[in-house]
Design a protein around this ligand. Structure first.
Ligand SMILES: [Fe+2]
Length: 387
């Protein structure tokens, strides 16, 4: 790669009706579209934004502050997950300093920009962090996880560019109005006190008010925060809105909020598996969210999020590393042999009968084999060499 790195194409760099000014390659450096080719179809624009990269001098990337994320040769060495963890650390600092200084809205916008790039360039790795990264403040991690799931669900449509950023900004700030109570409740088994209940009930409005005070005027951002606990059937709070009174971006946010809360373990109950959480979403479809959105959850996220540990039909234990066209048949990397021995990760397509997923395995049962975060780095090396 030398003095060059690959950089994912940006929406502003691909224009329908124009010619492409450089060779466009995929993330493995294979040519997708030669320099000078005419961009004549909307589908081609989407394809290029989803898969296209261009060679950029590292000096240019460094100037743009993007060297780390643009370095192709480091992308599949656990770097995206480290980037997600840095976002969480920075968000924690925003929350910690907000009591004295007010919310740093510019920092929130910058974190959104990072998450948009991460979920566009490395959606499977970003989703894996929802399963694998949760050490530290629940409130902070939950906000980051909901943002990642929301951004992946919103897809890569250029038309959604601004709304997507607004919704992601809303996810990072929706529960600010009950921070740090949200962390305290994570470890509380006793019922809520009246004061706590009131703080919970008023937090959507309190969060929106804090954002207004910090200078936020974006109506989608503010509305999504204020309405993220409203429910389709009118059972939500604080206003008890129903149906189409709740705009799409608020419904998307609340569905992602519920999904991520369901798959996180709390002290007083075990987490649901991603598959169980998905069933919850469907059971509640019509009550909580519309059916089209529920179907999009399954189609885009699949039944098994990357990072999930599963047992295969041949008795191997594996980690999900990539979603596939089939919601119930992702790519996995086997790291425990059929005889129960640790092994170098090997890539398996679970669509094949021999490797079909038979059950989800509790990560605690396989921690003896490997630190799951380290394992993620290892299995991603497998992905890179096999694809
Ligand atoms: Fe909330």
């Amino acid at each position: 790669m030398g003095q060059y790195a690959l950089r994912a194409l940006q929406a502003k760099e691909v224009t329908l009706g124009r010619s492409i000014p450089w060779d466009v390659v995929d993330r493995w450096g294979q040519l997708l579209l030669a320099k000078g080719a005419h961009i004549d179809k909307e589908d081609l624009v989407s394809h290029l934004l989803e898969h296209g990269y261009r060679q950029v001098p590292k000096s240019e990337l460094a100037r743009m502050g993007e060297l780390e994320m643009g370095q192709h040769e480091r992308r599949y060495r656990g770097l995206p997950m480290q980037a997600v963890r840095r976002v969480a650390t920075r968000l924690g600092k925003v929350y910690a300093s907000a009591q004295k200084l007010g919310l740093d809205v510019d920092e929130i916008r910058d974190l959104v920009h990072q998450l948009v790039d991460l979920t566009r360039n490395d959606p499977d790795e970003a989703l894996a962090s929802v399963v694998l990264c949760n050490q530290g403040s629940y409130a902070i991690w939950h906000a980051v996880h909901v943002a990642i799931v929301g951004l992946v669900l919103a897809g890569d449509s250029p038309a959604m560019e601004e709304a997507r950023k607004s919704v992601a900004a809303a996810t990072l700030t929706m529960n600010y109005g009950m921070y740090p109570l949200q962390d305290e409740l994570q470890n509380q088994e006793a019922p809520l006190t009246d004061e706590q209940r009131e703080t919970v009930r008023s937090h959507p409005a309190a969060s929106a008010e804090a954002l207004r005070e910090a200078g936020v005027t974006d109506p989608i951002w503010l509305e999504a925060v204020a309405m993220h606990h409203e429910r389709l059937d009118g059972s939500g709070y604080p206003r008890g809105l129903s149906g189409r009174e709740i705009p799409f971006h608020a419904r998307l946010l609340s569905a992602c909020d519920v999904y991520c809360a369901a798959i996180s373990s709390r002290s007083y109950r075990r987490a649901l598996t991603p598959g169980q959480a998905m069933r919850e979403i469907f059971v509640n479809s019509g009550k909580l969210l519309d059916e089209a959105l529920a179907q999009r959850f399954v189609k885009v996220l699949g039944i098994y999020l990357p990072g999930t540990v599963v047992r295969l039909a041949n008795n191997e234990v594996a980690m999900v590393v990539a979603r596939s066209e089939q919601a119930n048949a992702p790519m996995v990397a086997s790291f425990v042999s059929r005889w129960g021995e640790g092994r170098a990760p090997a890539l398996r397509a679970t669509v094949e009968e021999e490797f079909a997923i038979t059950e989800i395995v509790d990560p605690d049962d396989v921690r003896g084999y490997s630190n799951l975060l380290h394992l993620w780095g290892d299995v991603c090396g497998v992905r890179e060499s096999k694809r």
